[in-house]
Design a protein around this ligand. Structure first.
Ligand code: NAD
Length: 294
């Protein structure tokens, strides 16, 4: 049965490395990395993500600043805070929690973040550089970067392999495909309009799934020995079994996949913890770069 890719433990290890680096930088040059988080509106899930990110910052020694604006605030207000953070030398990373309220133009807001502080890697210039050969983005989006780091830490060869990414969103699927291609995989993207996805997925040595569809990828879709990175986090209703009324499953039918794949990430405890670890890592890199410290 498949080896379990333990994202929780890799993420913990990475957070420890980051914490050590932050202490070393503080002692050597007196700089503490700073992350500004902009939250707009009252979505409960967004508030939870922001809380988790702030706690993770505290744990490694990153100073976090939060601006919480009401649902009916204007795009101008958001842009004003971003501009202040752009100019503030104690801030090395700026994160705008998505989604924004519908009356705001997400593109305008993401464009306003200085590319040297774009720790989410969502600025079009960073995405553009990710797509271009011979160019280096300042930052790579956290969730896809976490997927690649897991493959590296588990010694999975990417070069020359067939990789299939399921999903083409701007925050996960598309950048994941670009990253795999940069690592010399042969990449195919499967999305909601793809015909016979199972035939395509079955050719993959490496599968990264970010479709948001519970248990969509069945055992029969998987080539024996494939490595599976399951990004999906899908609540499934099991009112009778769980006190919360739901539990979380991935895009991949875990039990079936375990019998066919050579390695797989669990949900939860796979990619999820890596995302925040990569945010901390991007913030530390940004502070190091701003102060010429390595
Ligand atoms: P999204 O809804 O923006 O994109 C989903 C993508 O999957 C789309 O491109 C769509 O074409 C494709 N898709 C949908 N149904 C499909 C189907 N039946 N077959 C093939 N492709 C299909 O979602 P997202 O923001 O990219 O997130 C995807 C999943 O990853 C969600 O479950 C989300 O909760 C999870 N996620 C996890 C993390 C993490 O930290 N682990 C971070 C972000 C998102």
């Amino acid at each position: 049965s498949a080896k379990v890719i333990d994202g929780k433990s890799v993420a913990k290890h990475i957070r420890e490395e980051i914490s050590t680096e932050i202490s070393r930088m503080k002692e050597a040059i007196g700089v503490i990395p700073g992350l500004a988080v902009v939250l707009v509106g009252d979505r409960k899930d967004s508030a939870t993500y922001v809380r988790n990110k702030k706690k993770a910052c505290d744990d490694v020694g990153i100073k976090s600043y939060e601006i919480h604006l009401s649902e009916d605030s204007t795009e101008q207000e958001v842009l004003k805070y971003i501009s202040e953070f752009n100019d503030d030398p104690s801030i090395h990373g700026i994160l705008v929690q998505l989604p924004l309220p519908r009356h705001m133009n997400e593109e305008n807001v993401l464009n306003a973040v200085s590319i040297d502080k774009d720790v989410d890697g969502f600025h079009p210039l960073n995405i553009g550089r990710l797509a271009m050969r011979g160019r280096e983005p300042m930052f790579v989006p956290c969730t896809p970067k976490g997927c690649i780091v897991l493959l590296h830490r588990y010694g999975v060869t990417i070069k020359g392999k067939r990789a299939v990414v399921i999903g083409r969103s701007n925050i996960v699927g598309m950048p994941a495909a670009l990253l795999l291609q940069r690592e010399d995989a042969t990449v195919t993207i499967v999305h909601s309009r793809t015909k016979n996805p199972e035939e395509i997925v079955r050719q993959a040595d490496i599968i990264i799934s970010a479709a948001g569809q519970p248990n969509m990828v069945r055992g029969s879709w998987i080539k024996p020995g494939a490595v599976i990175i399951d990004v999906g986090i899908n609540p499934v209703d099991v009112r009778s079994k769980s006190p919360r009324g739901y539990h979380l499953v991935g895009d991949v039918c875990y039990e079936e996949a375990c019998r066919v794949a050579s390695a797989i990430t669990p949900v939860p405890g796979g990619v999820g913890p890596m995302t925040i670890a990569m945010l901390l890592s991007n913030t530390l890199s940004s502070a190091k770069r701003a102060h010429n410290f390595d």
